[in-house]
Design a protein around this ligand. Structure first.
Ligand SMILES: [Zn+2]
Length: 154
């Protein structure tokens, strides 16, 4: 009992997650406000820590998705991925482990090391929120359709 609660505490501290779930792709704790949910045609749901891992999951899995949902960073509410506006490649990457910049082989120009969750991909329900976030943190505004060729099958 005691061990279990210690373990839960450690998990809670490990990431920015307030939920005891971990990403189906990178195994990191899910971040509230960033989670991505795939509902397969079998009815099974798969959650990832962020839309970037969600895209990776969709690319690598052979499963058919029935619905794709993202979390609006501004409100924490789920919404259909096709309705969301995304900010890609901003300076904010909440689910990546290290915020340290890495120098390239010439010792120049800080570059971010490879990470499955980078470049970060953050979803918003409103284009205004996405634009405000982009203004502060940089990145590129994208729709789901611009990133993902395959619509979910109904
Ligand atoms: Zn992940």
């Amino acid at each position: 009992m005691r061990i279990t609660s210690l373990l839960l505490l450690a998990l809670a501290l490990a990431g920015c997650s307030r939920e005891p779930r971990s990403c189906a792709v990178c195994q990191r704790a899910e971040c509230k406000g960033l989670a991505f949910r795939v509902t397969l045609t079998t009815g099974k749901t798969v959650e990832t820590c962020c839309p970037r891992c969600g895209l990776h999951y969709l690319e690598t899995t052979q499963q058919q998705a029935r619905s794709l949902q993202v979390t609006d960073l501004a409100t924490g509410q789920w919404l259909d991925a096709s309705q969301a506006v995304f900010v890609a490649g901003s300076e904010v990457s909440p689910c990546a482990p290290s915020k340290e910049a890495v120098r390239d082989t010439h010792g120049c120009c800080a570059v971010k090391g490879f990470d499955r969750c980078n470049p970060s991909l953050i979803a918003f329900a409103s284009a205004d929120s996405a634009r405000a976030f982009q203004k502060q943190h940089g990145g590129e505004l994208l729709t789901w359709q611009q990133m993902n060729p395959k619509p979910p099958t109904n």
